[in-house]
Each structure stands twice: as structure tokens, then as C-alpha cells.
Design a protein around this ligand. Sequence first.
Ligand SMILES: Cc1cc2nc3c(=O)[nH]c(=O)nc-3n(C[C@H](O)[C@H](O)[C@H](O)COP(=O)(O)O)c2cc1C
Length: 448
Amino acid sequence: MAGDDTGGRQMHLAVFASAGPVSGSHGGWRHPQAQGDLLSAAYYQRLGTLLEEGCYDFVFLADILAVPDRLRGSLDSQLRYGALGALRLDPLPVLSLIAGATRHVGLACTISTTYFEPFAVARALATLDHLSGGRAAINIVTSFQEAEARNFGREEHLSREARYDRADEFLEASCRLWDSWQDDALVRDREAPLFADPTRVRRADYEGRWFKVRGPLNVSRSPQGRPVFLQAGASDRGRDFAARWAEVVFVTHSSPEAAAAFRTDLRARAERFGRRPDDIKVLPGVVPIVGETREAAEEQRALLEELAHPEAGLSTLSYHLDTDLSQLPQDEVLPDNLEVAGVQGHFREVAEMTRRTGMPLSKLGHQYGAGRTARGFVGTGQDIADRMQEWYEAGACDGFMIQIPYFPGGLEDFTRLVVPELQRRGLFRKAYTGSTLREHLGLPRPPA
Ligand SMILES: Cc1cc2nc3c(=O)[nH]c(=O)nc-3n(C[C@H](O)[C@H](O)[C@H](O)COP(=O)(O)O)c2cc1C
């Protein structure tokens, strides 16, 4: 497999980072080892350097297009406690900065198919792919909260079905744009003169219900042809969408059995869309808390819990479920049959945790904020590598999306204590062997 240095099957590691205060834990920005100014270029250049030291496949910057106000209809809890959506820099310029500070690591950001236009997105991503030498990826989201709709001239967000219809069209149109230049269309022959061969550039001529795009793109075909497609939908329609388009899928299961069942289902769906199941990689999100000793890791866990304000977690969970959880009794458990307009994957994750622990909603919100719903990834480097190996060998995943609880300390610790342990076991690369993200992930390059 491209990207492997042992010739065997190896796991893929992505880092979930945020151009804002929270990635893995709402206690993160208050942590004593959280250093650097998240509004500075130096902060993201440091992130890039650490990523390459760890030979990670890619960094992913999640995104939100509003400051959430789902808890009590107020911005207060998000802003006051530095919750998930309190502040988000635009991820594309941040990725460009990281691209300039690195040579190998993949660069992924969230793109909303509901609020963005294919031409602008195709152009921006083709640009990033050129400037980074083939490392661009997009996490395709349909956006799910009303606060976002209201920032784009709408009173309500679209239904899930309509959002996914639009997302299908968005990618059909974008692919026509990315493929509008043949690979050899840019000639740059000074003598002829022939800058670009007009016979090798075609219009996109896309017309659907949502989008009408003439094309061609005004950027030539990029090293990867198209950016790598990431996705995280868990509903039935979301899974079909992933099976058709996604090359990497993020999941939030709390047990290897549940993740394995999801992966088997997704691979079968991908085959029904005429794809090779190996061309779709499943990466569960985990929040690892690692220490030199188990006691040290437990101390970190307790500290993160203390630093994550309970309202911050409840506020973010309300945003994720698109449901005002302050309306429910706080000393009772989250109802299993709640009709949730928001993210099904996150609802399933907290419902599983509620069934397992019986914890009341107030405590659940706090744990959610602290990053503790993905269980069992607390301990020494060996402990965490054991768990990762167990999931990987059970067929639960093709690797992991590591949600760093605080930056840079949490990433430094994971890179120093867990990555070498995985490498020693032959489970992860010791050096990059490819140059594009598709090569790191062992994914084919789509023809024009
Ligand atoms: C790990 C993970 C990361 C996600 N990142 C984002 C994001 O950055 N921005 C966003 O708007 N939605 C994000 N989502 C939401 C999903 O993209 C998707 O919209 C949501 O799961 C609803 O789709 P579904 O109804 O098919 O589950 C994320 C979901 C998960 C599980």
C-alpha cells in the first residue's frame, strides 16, 4: 500500500484540530499546557511541525458558520465558557499557512454544501491542492443548525433529505469543474505560443435543481485531480451519501463492535455504488488522554473534567443535537426516543453512554464537554496503543481521528508516547513514502 514502509496494512492517523478554542475537550483552552495564541500564525506553524514529526496522514479543521445559540436561545454559554463554536477562524487560510510550513501532511477542512457554491469551493480547493503539492481534502457537510441558516438569508435550515439532494448536486457540479481541465492541458510553451491547449479544456455545463454552473474552472487540474473527500453523516441517507462519495468517513462509536458493524455496512453500500470497499476508510474519533504513568493520565483526565464548564458541554451538545437541552429535566437521563434534528452520530454516541452509565443529563453534558464520551483511551502510551490495536484488528476501523484535548501539550504527548509504540508494533508508518495525501491514504487518483 502506498504510504506504508513495511509493505503490510497499516493504520491511518488524522488529527482533529480546531482553529478555535476547542478540539477534543472544552477544558483544553484553560489547560496549563495549552500554549500559544490561537490567533497567531506561529500557533498553526507549530501545529504543522508537530504533525510532520508524527508522520500523521492529515490534519482536519472542523468548521461552523455561526456562533451557536441553541441553549436557551442565547450566545452566553458558548462565548463565556469558550465552547466549541465560540470562535472559529476561516480554515482555508489557516490550511494555506500550514501548507507553507510543511511538506507532507494532508490538509483537510470542512465545506458546507448548503451555504457555499461549487465554483468558489472547487477553485479554492484546486488552489490549495496546487500550492501544497497535492495535499488538499474536504470534509463535506450539509450543516444542520438554524443559526447557520440565519447567517445566509434563510429563516430555517433545509430538511435532511433536501440537504443531501443538494450535496449530491454540489459534488456532481464540483467534480465536473475539477475535471474540466485534462491533466496535460496546461502547456506553457513560450515559443508556440501555447499557454493552455483549448482542445483539452471543456465546460462543466452542469444544470440541476440547486446549481447551474457553466465552467470551466479557471484553475488547471491539480496534483490529486480532486481533493480527498471526507464525510461524517450517520443517518441512512448520510451513509448512502458517504458510500457514493466519501473516501474517509469519521465516526463516533463508543465500542469496537458498533464501529465494526458500521464499517461492514458502509463497505457493502460502497460496493453497491460500484466502488472498491478499500477505497473508503473509516476513522473513529477518539480523545486520548495519555501520561507517562496511568496515574498521570488519570490526573490529566480529572483536570480536564474540572476545567470543562458543565454549561459549555451542555451548550455544545444542544448545538450538535439541534435541541435545547435546558428544556429537559437535568437530573433525569436523556430520553432514548428523543426526536433529534441535528447530528445522528452524536445522539447515538450520548445515548450509548446514557444506557451504559445511567448518568443524568447534567452530568452527561459535562462529560460530553470534557471529551469523555469515547471511552477507554486514557492511560500510558502502551495502554492507548493496545486499545487502538484492538479496534483496528477487530475490523472496527482503518485508523483513527485523534481529537487532541489541548494544544500543543496533548499533541506532543501523543506523538512522543503513542506514535512510537504503534510504529514499534508495525502498525503505523515511520516515514512518509508518498508525497500526496492520496498516496498516504492508498487512494486512487480520479481520472479527468
Ligand atoms: C466527527 C464529526 C465531525 C463533524 N464535523 C463537522 C463540521 O466540521 N461541521 C459541520 O457543520 N458538521 C460536522 N459534522 C456533522 C456531519 O457532517 C453531518 O452533518 C451530521 O452528522 C448530520 O448528518 P446525518 O444526519 O447524516 O448524521 C461532524 C460530525 C462528526 C461525527
